[in-house]
Design a binder for this molecule. Structure first.
Ligand code: NVA
Length: 301
């Protein structure tokens, strides 16, 4: 059976810790030839810096051959049906990493594919980011179990995957969002169910100040995600008061760490210079994309 990674919960919660341990090992300099000549196709319909770089370089480090296809040349679902693209890539490559808009497009792709498919971000989830996030939290705190994480802002794709990842390892996530931008009840309930065996939890509130109180980690993401550009002015109004800045971090306590999956919009979800605040681990998070995804590719191939 081909194993895909379309949603964070495609990995059983008991499998997260070994994957994380492997990512940490690869980061420490252990080498691997797990891809051994395998071809890894990167099929992206939205812009990317970290995801493209980390899969590309990660595949090379594991002895594989990455190949990038741009949206213009593929025309997923436009020039050619999604399922046909998946079937053709499956005949030639060994692993495919897809960034697209609708989760249903990714699912349609995966159901026609006969090689592992990895979600490199959809409107619903960003599960590879969440793998790097828990690696970063583990590095900073020594583990994720019992950690308190506050996510401030949009209950978006990044927040949804983070909810599964933190709860799945027994951490506690509080998401503070304005009404209309909260995590869906479906995500909230299923992330809590996913994390229940490990004792993890996901809670949703409105107040950023309340969310950061006592938090080990304060995390935010952009207010306007890729594909939502037409909503920018409405979102800027809705998220007024949700900026993460040094004053908000001060409320969390002296040892708090600040996380952002990048790209950031200083002046919107963060204050100018926050990525370089001594409490920021955003660039560790970016680097960890490489190691977490290398461990993931090893597992799926
Ligand atoms: N929520 C953001 C994440 C970018 C890496 C987006 O979807 O644009």
């Amino acid at each position: 059976m081909v194993q895909h990674f379309l949603n964070f919960s495609d990995i059983a919660s008991s499998e997260i810790q070994p994957l994380l341990a492997r990512a940490i090992q690869l980061k420490s300099g252990v080498t691997s030839n797990a891809l051994n000549g395998a071809s890894v196709v990167l099929l992206f319909e939205k812009p990317s810096l970290r995801t493209k770089l980390s899969f590309w370089i990660g595949a090379e480090k594991l002895g594989g051959n990455p190949l990038y296809m741009s949206p213009e040349e593929v025309g997923l679902g436009k020039r050619e049906p999604v399922a046909d693209v998946a079937k053709v890539i499956s005949r030639m490559a060994d692993l495919v990493v897809v960034r697209t808009f609708a989760q249903t497009t990714l699912e349609e792709f995966a159901s026609a594919a006969s090689i592992p498919v990895i979600n490199a971000l959809t409107d619903a989830e960003h599960p590879c980011q969440a793998l790097a996030d828990i690696q970063t939290i583990a590095e900073q705190l020594g583990g994720v179990s019992g950690a308190t994480v506050a996510f401030i802002g949009d209950g978006n794709n990044t927040a949804a995957s983070l909810a599964y990842a933190v709860a799945g390892l027994g951490g506690h996530l509080t998401v503070a969002s304005p009404d209309g931008y909260k995590l869906s009840k479906q995500v909230l309930d299923s992330a809590n169910a996913y994390g229940s065996a490990a004792g993890g939890s996901v809670t949703q509130i409105t107040s950023p100040r309340e969310a950061v109180d006592g938090a080990d980690i304060v995390y935010t993401d952009v207010w306007t995600s890729m594909g939502q550009e037409a909503e920018t002015s409405r979102r800027l109004r809705a998220f007024n008061g949700y900026q993460v800045n040094p004053e908000l971090l001060d409320l969390a306590g002296p040892r708090v760490k600040f996380m952002h999956d990048l790209p950031a919009h200083p002046g919107e979800e963060i204050s100018d210079g926050l990525l370089d605040d001594p409490r920021s681990v955003a660039f560790d998070q970016a680097e960890n994309r490489l190691w977490a995804q290398a461990a993931l590719m090893e597992k799926l191939i």
